[in-house]
Design a protein around this ligand. Sequence first.
Ligand code: NCD
Length: 343
Amino acid sequence: MVERPRAGLSKVHMQIQTAPSTTPFSQLDAHGRLRHLVTLEGLEPDLIRELLDRAQAYLRRPGQASAHGNELDGWTVANLFSEPSTRTRSSFQLAATRLGADVVNLDLQLSSRTKGETMLDTIYTLQAMQVDVFVIRDAQAGVLQFVAEHVEPHVSVASAGEAHTSHPTQGLLDALTIHQYKGGFRDLVVSIVGDIKHSRVARSDFTVLSALGVGEVRLVGPKELMPPAGEFPGAKRIHSLDEGLDHADVVMMLRIQKERMEDAHIPDDAHYCAEWGLTAQRLKRARPEAIVMHPGPINRGVEIASEVADGPQSAIRMQVTNGVAVRMAVLASMAEARRGRAA
Ligand code: NCD
């Protein structure tokens, strides 16, 4: 016998448009396990450490076969990206397939969207095909939580970068990279350099590093690319590259997020490079064993010189490797949480 739907679809949509959920949003299930990953804000340091340990266990030496598992056997992961991506999308795809999931990739157009309605239509369609995890990158702040509040109880949502606000898996993979090279966080000086104002990476990195007890975070860049006062509490703001690099243990370079700027505010590449570009000469201000990071895509000759990006202090490719492991850890944790709920 064919069961009748519990509620007419149009009625459900009316509710979504007019009545946002009133229950407070939580990424965790009733047992404190990871159901969604929309932000790193509010995650307990123990949970963060557990994710990093889990990610570390998925890493293999170069030349060895990559780690595989059956943690996501029978699961389907949908990658929904409405902004360009190379690293994040392919690493979520590899992470999911290496754990046994089916993966569907969709490019979403931003144009016709208002308040996430089109996004929800897509979500419901894919949910009807038994998608278990939605991996979403979106230029609009709030969309991730909105979707997470509307999926079926067994379905998870993982952020692949949201507006300028957050990029939780990047924050985790950066923390893992720093831990691998530096063995901890407490005594470190981490200098984040460049367009911090528009950077979701800087925000998630700051959140995770603060949770893990980092020594000092410096925000280094021109005044017009600094975040509003009140954000990044406790971080030092420095408007000189040389000063910002002095004795730093970790130098994290950022791309200028031109896509999030009004034309009039986009700095000229040559001038920017002259004042804020990281060269081997300038890197000498940092500690000799300092590492250089960049989430990519890098703009060679703008925020970073090739000699640094490809040089001995660069951890950029290790960040990419760690990205797959971190996304495996996040997806496996979601699957484990669901199995726990079902038990
Ligand atoms: C970053 C992003 O999309 O926020 N890239 C990434 O995910 N590795 C940084 C950027 O685009 O500059």
